[in-house]
Write a protein that binds this ligand. Structure first.
Ligand SMILES: N[C@@H](CCC(=O)N[C@@H](CS)C(=O)NCC(=O)O)C(=O)O
Length: 217
């Protein structure tokens, strides 16, 4: 009798989330098959899900091991885990120094850049009309432009953030996609960042990572 073997990983995700997209890219880079489990952000969390992701946030990755289940939450931690777990993949660190560089950029993107980008998009799209806070938006926008400029200058001298492709570029990919939604940000002023974004979009691991309706835009 034929037996079907379940993939060794389950990804709890919300497909439209950039952090979930980053984990999808990483899994593709590692050639890993996984079972996707969509969780709507505003739905009540089950006790089983909260055991895997204590704050109820997405993504969460579960590896099904013979000895039991390993759950990991927070996209930077998941990317780091995959880079170490799949040592022959494109995500693997070459040595301690390239690992340190990749983790520096990963931390910055996750807390600094990702956070700021989220604030700009939230200020612009959620606080509209009488709730608008133009001064706050202008401050965040200016800070974001400064960070984009630093990234552009950094990328003028290298193909990827830490030299070779790394998990920092993986997390950057969906965040760079979101930059198109920032009103008043002239992307043509950042040619190195744009060619980096094209390099990232051209990787086979990028194909199909966003939900279909978003890709059509
Ligand atoms: N720092 C987290 C951010 C994750 C996050 O904010 N996920 C959102 C979806 S974009 C979420 O789960 N929101 C629902 C909630 O916070 O309850 C990561 O990188 O994984």
């Amino acid at each position: 009798m034929a037996t079907s073997k379940a993939p060794p990983f389950t990804l709890y995700e919300y497909r439209a989330s950039p952090f979930c997209v980053a984990v999808r890219i990483a899994l593709n880079e590692c050639g890993v098959t996984f079972t996707p489990r969509e969780v709507e952000p505003d739905k009540e969390r089950t006790a089983a899900f909260l055991r895997r992701s204590p704050f109820g946030r997405l993504p969460a990755l579960v590896e099904h091991r013979p000895s039991g289940e390993l759950s990991i939450f927070e996209s930077p931690a998941i990317l780091h885990f995959l880079a170490e777990r799949f040592e022959k993949s494109s995500l693997a660190f070459n040595d301690l120094s390239s690992k340190a560089q990749a983790l520096s950029w990963l931390s910055f993107l996750s807390s600094g850049f990702g956070d700021l980008l989220w604030r700009v998009l939230t200020e612009a799209h959620i606080y509209e009309g009488p709730d608008a806070r133009p001064k706050m938006l202008a401050t965040f926008h200016e800070e974001l432009e400064q960070q984009v400029d630093v990234l552009d200058k950094h990328l003028a001298r290298r193909a990827f953030l830490a030299g070779d492709y790394s998990i920092a570029d993986t997390l950057a990919t969906p965040l760079l996609d979101l930059l198109d939604q920032v009103k008043g940000l002239d992307m043509d002023g950042y040619p190195h960042l744009l060619s980096w974004r094209e390099r990232l979009r051209g990787r086979p691991s990028y194909k199909g990572v966003w939900p279909a309706e978003k890709e059509e835009k």
